[in-house]
Design a protein around this ligand. Structure first.
Ligand SMILES: [Zn+2]
Length: 243
């Protein structure tokens, strides 16, 4: 089985492709540019253009390793269609996701290898990451805003590669999250996302090509959520309300 189109061609947001399978209000495509959601990243928005016009995609449903695209109307399509991702929404998710890695890397390095216990990117330009951080000083966590924005200004390259899952499990820090580790590919490989020399971790989401493509980030809030859990909320400046 091949790797997802959105991993192989992250910059291609609109593609003409064949309908492989269809029922009223749903279809399966030969090539789907849509990220279907997962690992705390929201599913893409977008639409399908076909002979009869265009219809929004409202969701995704996994089935036997394939993904159904759900449509806003009970149309049954055939032949070729154009699948188009909403570029603004994807860009915002890529920024929040890449910036989450920056935060995650800095926490890991500066707070004794603390791991992520949860992550959620939001449609309002904010994201939250939860860390297993029983003893950290909230002011020190808040002060990570500076180094995050330094890493954005340095325009660090973001790259991907694949390693065998067994190797990934034995490299400390590569599987950074206790809750959102990506599943191995069918051939037993796991996708690694690298940001310059700052960060290297397993991830299946969509990221920027380099950190400089992100808007600046603000640390909004640090919350204690239980004895171990520290929740850090970040926002894209100029996108999230109040920034
Ligand atoms: Zn990621």
């Amino acid at each position: 089985m091949s790797r997802p189109f959105y991993h192989e061609h992250p910059e291609v947001l609109s593609v003409e492709t064949a309908v492989l399978n269809a029922a009223p209000g749903r279809l399966m495509l030969a090539d789907s540019p849509f990220f279907p959601g997962g690992g705390g990243q929201l599913p893409d928005k977008g639409l399908i253009r076909w002979g009869g016009g265009e219809v929004p995609v409202t969701g995704f449903e996994a089935c036997d390793g394939q993904t159904w695209l759900l449509l806003a109307e009970p149309i049954e399509m055939s032949g070729n269609v154009v699948a188009a991702v909403d570029p603004g929404f994807r860009q915002m998710m890529r920024e929040l996701h890449t910036d989450s890695h920056l935060l995650n890397a800095l926490v890991y390095q500066q707070f004794n290898g603390a791991l992520v216990t949860g992550a959620q990117l939001n449609a309002d330009g904010t994201a939250r990451l939860d860390f297993d951080l029983p003893d950290a000083d909230n002011d020190k966590l808040r002060a990570l805003e500076g180094p995050i924005n330094d890493a954005i200004r340095q325009d660090l390259a973001v790259g991907t590669n694949y390693v065998p899952f067994a190797d990934a499990s034995s490299e400390p820090g590569l599987l950074r999250s206790r809750s959102v580790a990506p599943p191995p590919t069918p051939d037993g490989m796991i996708r690694i996302v690298e940001i310059g020399s700052l960060d290297r971790q397993a991830c299946g989401g969509t990221h920027l090509a380099s950190t400089g493509q992100s808007r600046a980030v603000r640390v909004l809030k640090i919350e204690n959520k239980g004895r171990h859990n520290r929740r850090i909320r970040i926002a894209l400046v100029g996108v999230a309300a109040g920034t």
